[in-house]
Design a protein around this ligand. Sequence first.
Ligand code: ADP
Ligand code: MG
Length: 622
Amino acid sequence: MSIILKDLCKNYQGLPVVNRINLEIQDGELFVLLGGSGSGKSTILRMIAGLTEPDKGSIELKGRDVTHLAPQVRDTGFVFQNYSIFRHMTVAENIEFGLRVRNVPVEKRRKRSEELMDLVELAGLGERYPSQLSGGQLQRVALARALAYEPAVLLLDEPFGALDVKIRGQLRRSLKEIQRRLGVTSILVTHDQEEGFELGDRIGVLDRGNLLEVGTPDQLYHRPSSQFVATFIGGGNVLVGELCAEGVRLGSRVVPCPDESALPGHLEGARVRLMARAENVEVRDDASLLEGYSLGQGSVAEAVFTGSGQRLRLDLPELDGVRCISPIPAYGQEHPQMEAWVPSRPEGRSFQPGQKVAVGLLHYHLLERTGLRSLILVDFVQESRVALDFGLRVSEATGAPATLLSIAGVHEREADVAARLVELHGSLLERAPNLKFTVRRGGLSEEVLKEVREGRHELVVIGEDEGPSVTRLGPWAQRLLAKSEVPVLLVQQDRPRISKILICSAAGEPGKGDVWLGGRVAKRAGASVSVCHAVSETTEPERKARVRNHLAGAVNSLHAMGVEARSRLLDMGSNTSVAQTLLHEMEEGNYDLIVMGMPSKTALATRLVRANSRPFLFVPMS
Ligand code: ADP
Ligand code: MG
């Protein structure tokens, strides 16, 4: 690994400009950091080069921790947007500058600069002065200069930003070729997604200091996880649909769930965001010609000729009621609209505004579901404060709104409970602007279950006393665990952050829900995951092999979600129980969150919870 950034942070005036960046870049890779202006791109590069001091975190270059080293000993080459070329030096002198300050003998310097001028296609221009060169040539000099002392890592900050389109294209191709030929690990920063696609082996998308997603250009274009990346890269259509037994409902239409998105059954009725790129929206003169899934009849609202094709805006009355995130609806627009791109049809007529057309979906993708909308049970005693703090931490980490729920018991007035809840809610709004609240009356577990059945929440957070351990996971909590259709988070003690998660996975089919949910939380919280399963010496070999397979599959799925994960096949030894083995692992690994299947018999869960005060996330098994 050439570059490893761990938890890298930088604040300016108390505001995070770079927020806990974790990134590993391989030897010889050309990595692109893509983000809008002010997203923190330059700050990250400057921290790697040693030009800006990080507030937190570490930087490793080629196995060496350089976090606190001076820039000149980090072995990085830097190319800036505004050519920082010495005006009073010739091209050759500029290129040789770094070698001269390192006391490299003259002949060696000459030889190197000749080589480099060949490489960057400036052969014969060594004696020229910068004022005699074009912008593109100046950037070639800057590149040659950065490469002169064979840096381990090349950093390029919008190197083509100041150039016109044609020169930019030429220089991109040169850069890619040079980078390949030298095999130098590079990070290029840009706000231009086309540039990112053309150059990047992988791309990391930055938004307001957060590294949202990392992937190959193809992954990020076709299968982005987040809405930001889906709309920032490439544009296209994002519609809010509803999961149903047959797939995804969009207004009066239903399309099947794409294979790649294995969604657990209990999410039926939940909202999902479906993304389709413009070229994957099919437009035909007649419905019988459709190859994709029909979205019914629409009409052309707008048609723009682009040479190779037509960019269309389509009105889709059959999708009435469907929320359209992208394209953003225009004021006064009557029906949902989608964008399509169709290749030119030299033999046929082009599409005209007002024309009736049949519209279908050829390919589409479901975005990762946002966060976990959580229901936090609050009863104004100490333990519920702990649940509240940790529950808010989970919803902050997953970016989902939370709802506070108070339940008025038989001897309480609902109005009194509501008044206290309003006060609490008001005091939390600054921390959680989307926080909602609700009050019910009746038995604890019954009311929570009723509230959950109404379908707005995906997670229930409850607190329990740290007090006498025999009472923890008492009767009402056990009733809730036995019946809840959504995961239940049990908090006994707050953890300041969620950075390590242990998934105690049942082997096989039932164990997929816990891996999936644990992974979702980990991804959002930037946590690493261990997936474990305990086996004993007497476990049959076939079963052990099955468990091993399951764990390997879990780790693969987690990696595919972009989560750091490892598996732990725990050997129980002869005298211990499953509970003891798991407890030992929980202590050893100092985990912030334990994820396990919702127990059908609560015996194991009860033992674990009573012997251990970490937060537990119980996931229903389908
Ligand atoms: P990018 O390169 O993605 O455009 P930068 O890393 O240059 O973004 O900056 C991100 C944000 O950090 C800027 O919008 C600015 O508010 C802040 N910032 C950067 N450098 C400084 C600085 N030296 N002092 C104060 N604020 C800064
Ligand atoms: Mg910048």
